[in-house]
Design a protein around this ligand. Sequence first.
Ligand code: 13P
Ligand code: SF4
Length: 318
Amino acid sequence: MFVTSPRPNTEIPNDLFEAIEDLKQELNAVILAHYYQEPDIQDIADYIGDSLGLSQQAAATDAEVIVFAGVHFMAETAKILNPHKLVLLPDLDAGCSLADSCPPQEFAAFKAAHPDHLVVSYINCSAAIKAMSDIICTSSNSVKIVNQIPKEQPIIFAPDKNLGRYVMEETGRDLVLWEGACMVHEIFSEKKIVQLKIENPQAEIIAHPECETAVLRHADYIGSTTGLLKYCQATSTEQFIVATEPGIIHQMQKDAPQKQFIPAPATNNCACNECPHMRLNTLEKLYLSMKNRTPEITLPEDIRVAALKPIQRMLEMS
Ligand code: 13P
Ligand code: SF4
């Protein structure tokens, strides 16, 4: 049982890496990080992965404390799997535009309008949506999971319409789509990507399935963050145009220092392809969350129990 200090510590030590390592031992904590986190956080993490890998790690860990360097729905999934563990999220405001595009009340009405449909939800959704779902999926197993559902069974796919369209194309199934999307993956400019490809004809375009169909149709490879990373390692290609959040380029460059990774350009000139939610977490906030044992993820037990079933189904089917 960890007690939160009434007066939170706000002092940042000089050697943050060492201080975080010490706290890891003291708390028996594991740091799980997504590839869209800033490089320092990726470097101190015990495990970096895509949403499926992170859920599998969260399900398997025997650490007492899970420090989740990602966004709220990811830390929430870890808590759903580990109700008795302390799950910390360095910044509680680290949400997700895609999860926010599916409000529970509206989704309940949508589901009621399609009573004979099975609900397959992308993990990028709130616990309340998971609780209304039959199976959860991630970008790395969505096709595999839909392919395991009998052909005659009608399916609602939520909340990402872009991933849904991609799954429809890959499986040949007709899915009823919730009209949600990720603000980061929708910002890529097809026109600028094509221009970049003309300027760099040897480059391969690699894209996350949360991108719009207009971008995906130019991609040489489509996959989850882990899929993209593995593809870049496996192929002999030396240059890539990367259509996903550019945080992943840190690992791509570490794995293959001789290769070149060009972030796909956004429709405007800002750094809008960086996820503003993921980037709320910093190494300083990660340290303070461990030092003060807060902010902690909590959720109502009835929602947790209902949300656990479709997550377990996903882990079995992956
Ligand atoms: P994956 O890492 O599972 O591909 O998900 C990408 C994403 O957008 C996470 O928010
Ligand atoms: Fe959500 Fe998109 Fe950010 Fe992923 S990249 S956390 S889907 S807003």
